[in-house]
Write a protein that binds this ligand. Structure first.
Ligand SMILES: [Zn+2]
Length: 242
């Protein structure tokens, strides 16, 4: 039975911290990596741990800059590698729109049909629409009876809790400290994430898309006081396996 591994690349919401990145996660099984979002600073950080040439699939949850700012330079990276004659595949962006991301033969866009199941490498992939100012999808990657759910951005909902139910690893956005009216902004705060975890019961909870002010450990303590499962604060290169 194989495992799924999640490696956090970027954990900040809105803007990266010095030397860091915004939303980006590597999900791997059978040595096949899929990137969830590619925010600001992500392409630089990824290369600290692997060649970007080894990644062919990038899922874009939505077109907010902190989730796709490095998509354009990722395409240039692949163009350069192909023009240098390296043995690389074209990049495939899985997204709801093509935008400027399709540039054959270097990159293609596979348009997401949120109502049907995708196959990416060894994963089956399902999506769920979030309540957010622009169209945004939560993503579930399943492999060998295990699953990773990435909430992307959006207000808490019972549907999200059902979608996240019994995931082995849940990457939950936590944009705000508790009680800051986050649902109006189409985001979750620490109270929402604690409520989500309590209903969904993930094997591991990764709290991410974090504010770039205040003490992030306050978020962790708040959530841990309300949900007793395994909970980790996202940071670059944090790796969790299930
Ligand atoms: Zn967003």
């Amino acid at each position: 039975m194989g495992n799924i591994r999640v490696t956090v690349i970027g954990e900040s919401g809105g803007t990266p911290l010095a030397g860091g990145a915004t939303s980006c996660y590597i999900v791997e099984a059978e040595g096949y990596p899929v990137l969830l979002d590619i925010g600001s600073g992500a392409l630089s950080l990824i290369q600290s741990i692997r060649s970007f040439d080894s990644i062919d699939d990038i899922i874009i949850s939505h077109f907010h800059s902190d989730h796709y700012a490095d998509a354009g330079v990722a395409l240039y990276s692949r163009l350069i590698s192909m023009q240098l004659g390296r043995a690389v595949n074209p990049l495939v962006f899985h997204a709801m729109e093509k935008r400027e991301l399709e540039s054959p033969p270097y990159s293609y866009v596979s348009l997401i049909d949120e109502n049907s199941e995708d196959r990416i490498g060894p994963f089956s992939v399902r999506y769920m629409r979030r309540s957010h100012p622009v169209p945004c999808l939560a993503v579930k990657l399943s492999y060998a009876g295990k699953s990773v759910v990435y909430t992307a951005d959006g207000a808490f909902s019972d549907q999200l809790a059902a979608f996240s139910s019994s995931s082995d690893i849940l990457i939950a956005e936590c944009s705000f400290y508790p009680g800051t009216g986050s649902s109006d902004a189409g985001h979750m705060d620490a109270a929402d994430v604690a409520a989500l975890a309590a209903v969904a019961g993930p094997g591991n909870l990764i709290v991410s898309h974090l504010p770039v002010y205040g003490d992030r450990n306050d978020l962790l303590q708040y959530i841990k006081a309300r949900w007793k499962g395994e909970t980790l604060l996202a940071r670059p290169f944090l790796a969790v396996e299930a």
